[in-house]
Write a protein that binds this ligand. Structure first.
Ligand code: KMH
Ligand code: ZN
Length: 275
């Protein structure tokens, strides 16, 4: 039987303004309702960015804690907090995200040009965040925006040992202007170079690369991340109605590849997250 399919939903991100996309979940109530709908549709993990009272990206510690508690109260999804935040967030606040005690945290393996901005991840920050995740018993998801970051993951694991939980899960974030291209060829190159200790990987294609990356990932035996952090149209010129719609599409495409959506219990086992 084919391996069950881990579907991660990334519902909000830090880049899209609520004013431009009213269906983007930016309040806690909207985020929880989204999480419930996406779990019912087949997601097993949620990658969370939060917003303040004016819908702007924030890393406010109390809001992060409240968000983790609310998601745990209403779903059994694996809760992954973004430590990437927005391109404007300082590194010290990004480290403090772990104070909210999520199941998992994103951990980007290097600095990337990000459209007209720079998503800053200097090596000393990467190593400090990684060691903090080990200490705090938070499972990292290594975000890989280019091939150099795949190489950096090998260096990190060789130097600092395995993550908390003993599994190594990464996510290829493809098609960011400044990162690797969102194509099958780029995905094959990145997967070929993953360190042998990687136990699972997913991929997401930003914007118009979303379907190409989804098909390529399934074809190479990978998992999927979908959500309005990464894409805002369901087809050319047609806005996404909801995150659940994107999860439903991933489930449907996964089923064509004979991959059944993974349960949250299976996802915890796959990722080495506390039960
Ligand atoms: N918002 C981007 C600058 C992550 O969540 O760790 C970074 C990002 C990656 O979304
Ligand atoms: Zn993110």
């Amino acid at each position: 039987m084919n391996q069950p399919l881990l579907i991660t939903v990334a519902p909000t991100g830090a880049e899209t303004a609520k004013a431009d996309c009213p269906q983007l979940p930016t309040t806690l109530e909207e985020l929880v309702a989204t999480a419930v709908a996406c779990e019912a549709a087949g997601a097993a993990m949620i990658h969370v960015h939060i917003r303040d009272g004016e819908h702007r990206p924030t890393l406010d510690g109390q809001r992060l804690k409240d968000t983790v508690a609310a998601l745990r109260a209403s779903t059994s999804l694996v809760v992954q907090l973004s430590t990437g935040g927005s391109v404007h967030d300082p590194l010290d606040l990004r480290l403090k995200v772990l104070d909210a005690e999520p199941d998992s945290c994103s951990l980007t393996m290097g600095t990337t040009n990000f459209g007209d901005d720079v998503f800053s991840n200097p090596w000393p920050f990467v190593t400090e965040l990684y060691q903090l995740s080990q200490e705090r018993e938070v499972v990292p998801e290594f975000e890989l925006f280019d091939l150099g970051q795949v190489h950096a993951l090998t260096r990190l694991l060789d130097t600092y040992g395995p993550p908390y939980g003993g599994k190594v899960h990464c996510d290829l974030v493809m098609g960011v202007p400044g990162g690797m291209n969102g194509t099958t060829d780029a995905l094959v190159a990145a997967v070929r170079d993953l360190p042998p200790s990687v136990t699972s990987w997913s991929a997401t294609g930003i914007g118009r690369s979303t379907l190409a990356v989804m098909y390529a990932s399934l074809s190479k035996g990978g998992h999927l991340r979908v959500g309005m952090e990464d894409v805002l149209t369901i087809s050319k010129g047609v806005p996404v109605e909801s995150n659940a719609q994107l999860v439903e599409r991933a489930v449907a495409v996964g089923r064509l590849a004979q991959r059944t959506p993974m349960t949250t219990t299976e996802a915890r086992e796959l990722l080495g997250v506390k039960a």
